[in-house]
Design a protein around this ligand. Structure first.
Ligand code: SAM
Ligand code: SF4
Length: 507
C-alpha cells in the first residue's frame, strides 16, 4: 500500500481550534506530508471538533457517519478526530465509529504525525492524556510551505486551559488546567512572525488576561518562604503580567496591530486598562464576554462579578480609550432566568451599547455544574429571548455603523468581499468588516493597510471607498500569499473552517 501523503483539516469552533489546526498542519508538513486541495484529493482527513454546545457535537456525529463512504472511495484513506469532543470521548469514538482511525485530544497535537503513520499501518489509537508542562508549547517553527493568512494575520498562543469553571461551560474539562507559556517564547515567536511579514497578531487564551497569574502566585509564595514572612508579598513578577507582555510585543518593529481574545472581566488591572491608552499597535477593540445582565444569573453562572462591576469596568476602559469598541458573548435561557433577569440583560446591552455580540441559547453540557440545575427555561421562551436580543443588537450595531459614515479609517485588506462583484473587504482597527470599492486602476493587495472613506453602513458591515490619493496607505509586507479561501479567517493551506464566526455561531 502506498503511504498516504496529502492531508485536509476541517475545523469547527473557536479561534483556539483554528490555531490548533494550523499547528497540526505545520507538524504534518514537517513530517513530509503535503496539503491537499480539498477532501477529494486528501489521503488523511482530520475533523477538529467543538463541544461547547450540544449542536456542535451532534454535527460531528453526522459528519462521521458520511465519512464511511469517503473512505471507501480510495484505498488507504485515514480519518482522525481532534479537539474538544475528541478530548472528552477518546476511545469511545473509536468504538462507535469503525471508520475512524485515530483520536487525539487538545494536549496531544504533537503526536499526530506518529498516529497518522501508525494508522496507515492499520493501528487505531486514541491519545487524550493531559500535559501540564511547557513542552506542549514546544512546536516546530513555521514550515516554508505553510501558507498563512493572505491578509497577514496570525494567532499566538499565550496560555491554555481554564480554571474558572463557569457553571455552564465545558472548556475546563476539554482544555484542562490553566497554564501560561513562557514570555520569552511568546515574544520570540511573535518577532519571527512579524519578520516574515505578519502585520496583525492576535494573542489567544481562554482567559487570556489571566496570563501568568499562577506563576505570579508561585513567585509570591517562594518570596514569602524565602523571607520567612507570613504576609509580606513580593512585587508582581513583571515577566508574568499580561500588560507587560502586551508592552513587550507592542515594541516589535513592523507590528501594525495587536489584539487579544478572550479576556475575562475579573482579570483587568490598572496596568492593562492603561495599556489601552498607551500602546500604539493595541487595537481599540475588546471582545469582553458578559454572558448576562442579571447579577443573580451571573452568580448562578459562577462568573465572579456582578452586572454593575462589569459596567464600571467598561467605564474605566472607555475613560482610558474613549473610542474603544466593545463586543460581547451572551447566553439566554440559563436555568432559572426569569423575564425580569432577561430584561436586565437587554438593559445592559442597551446601556453599554455593544458594537456587536454573539448570543447563544443555553445548552446543557453533561458534567458541568449547571447541567444539574432545575428550573430549565422552555426552549420556545429561550428562542424568543434570543430573537429579541439579536434584534436589539442589530439595531445597536447599525447605529454604531451609521455614526461612522463620513469617517476615514485604516483597514487591513483581506480580499474579495462576500457580497461578490468587484468589492473588496478588510477589517478596521475596531474589528469591523469594511466592504469597499476602489477608484484605483489596480486593487490593493491583501495585507495592505489602506485608508478608506466610509460612505454607508449596514448592520453587518461598513461600506467604503478607497481612493489611493488619500495619503497614508501601507503596501503589504513580504507575506507569502496563500489561496484566498472564501469564509476563511485563517487560511491555513490544507484546511478549511467549517463554521462561520458570525451571527451567533461563534465557538
Ligand atoms: N473563555 C471565554 C469566556 O470566558 O468568555 C469564552 C469561551 S467559549 C468558547 C465562547 C462562548 O460560548 C462563551 O462566552 C459563552 O457565551 C458560550 N457558551 C459556553 N458554554 C455554553 C453553553 N453551555 N451554552 C451556550 N453557550 C455557551
Ligand atoms: Fe473558562 Fe470562559 Fe468557559 Fe468560563 S466561559 S469556564 S472563563 S472558558
Amino acid at each position: 500500500m502506498n503511504t498516504p501523503r496529502r492531508f485536509w483539516i476541517r475545523t469547527h469552533g473557536c479561534q483556539m481550534n483554528v490555531h490548533d489546526s494550523e499547528k497540526v498542519a505545520n507538524l504534518l508538513l514537517h513530517d513530509g506530508w503535503e496539503s491537499a486541495r480539498g477532501m477529494d484529493d486528501a489521503d488523511l482527513l482530520i475533523l477538529n471538533t467543538c463541544s461547547i454546545r450540544d449542536k456542535a457535537e451532534h454535527r460531528l456525529y453526522s459528519e462521521l457517519g458520511k465519512l464511511r463512504e469517503w473512505k471507501e472511495l480510495a484505498r488507504g484513506r485515514i480519518v482522525g478526530v481532534a479537539g474538544c469532543v475528541a478530548q472528552q470521548q477518546g476511545d469511545a469514538l473509536l468504538r462507535r465509529f469503525p471508520q475512524l482511525d485515530f483520536v487525539y485530544g487538545t494536549h496531544n497535537l504533537r503526536r499526530v504525525p506518529e498516529m497518522a503513520a501508525a494508522a496507515s499501518r492499520g493501528v487505531r489509537d486514541a491519545q487524550t492524556g493531559e500535559s501540564r508542562s511547557q513542552e506542549r508549547f514546544d512546536l516546530p517553527s513555521r514550515h516554508p510551505s505553510l501558507e498563512g493568512d493572505p491578509a497577514g494575520r496570525a494567532f499566538v498562543t499565550v496560555m491554555e486551559g481554564c480554571d474558572m469553571f463557569c457553571s455552564f461551560c465545558i472548556v475546563p474539562s476539554t482544555r484542562g488546567r490553566e497554564i501560561s507559556r513562557a514570555g520569552a517564547e511568546i515574544v520570540a515567536e511573535s518577532r519571527d512572525l512579524v519578520a516574515s511579514g505578519i502585520r496583525e497578531l492576535t494573542l489567544l487564551g481562554q482567559t487570556v488576561n489571566a496570563y501568568g497569574r499562577h506563576d505570579r502566585r508561585r513567585a509570591h509564595e517562594r518570596a514569602e518562604r524565602a523571607a520567612g514572612a507570613a504576609i509580606a508579598l513580593a512585587p508582581a513578577d513583571p515577566e508574568h503580567s499580561f500588560a507587560d507582555l502586551l508592552g513587550r510585543l507592542a515594541e516589535i518593529p513592523g507590528l501594525a496591530r495587536l489584539r487579544y481574545i478572550s479576556p475575562h472581566p475579573i482579570f483587568y488591572d490598572d496596568a492593562l486598562i492603561r495599556a489601552h491608552a498607551e500602546l500604539d499597535p493595541l487595537c481599540p477593540h475588546i471582545h469582553l464576554p458578559v454572558q448576562s445582565g442579571s447579577s443573580r444569573i451571573l452568580e448562578r453562572m459562577r462568573r465572579r462579578h456582578t452586572a454593575d462591576e462589569y459596567r464600571r469596568l467598561v467605564e474605566r476602559l472607555r475613560a482610558s480609550r474613549p473610542d474603544l469598541a466593545i463586543t460581547t458573548d451572551l447566553i439566554v435561557g440559563f436555568p432559572g432566568e426569569t423575564s425580569a433577569d432577561f430584561a436586565e440583560t437587554l438593559a445592559l446591552v442597551r446601556e453599554v451599547a455593544f458594537t456587536d455580540s454573539f448570543s447563544f441559547k443555553y445548552s446543557p453540557r453533561p458534567g458541568t455544574a449547571a447541567a444539574t440545575l432545575e428550573d430549565a427555561v422552555p426552549d420556545a421562551v429561550a428562542q424568543a429571548r434570543l430573537e429579541e436580543l439579536q434584534d436589539l443588537q442589530r439595531s445597536l450595531t447599525l447605529d454604531a455603523h451609521r455614526a461612522r459614515v463620513g469617517e476615514t479609517t485604516e483597514i487591513l485588506v483581506e480580499g474579495s468581499s462576500r457580497r461578490g462583484g468587484a468589492q473588496l473587504s478588510g477589517r478596521d482597527p475596531f474589528h469591523r468588516i469594511v466592504n469597499f470599492s476602489s477608484e484605483a486602476e489596480f486593487p490593493p493587495a491583501p495585507g495592505s493597510l489602506i485608508r478608506v472613506e466610509i460612505v454607508d453602513a449596514t448592520p453587518h458591515s461598513l461600506i467604503g471607498v478607497w481612493n489611493p490619493a488619500i495619503a497614508g496607505d501601507r503596501a503589504p509586507r513580504n507575506v507569502k500569499m496563500g489561496a484566498l479561501i472564501a469564509d476563511e479567517r485563517s487560511a491555513v493551506i490544507g484546511s478549511e473552517r467549517a463554521s462561520a464566526l458570525r451571527g451567533g455561531s461563534r465557538g
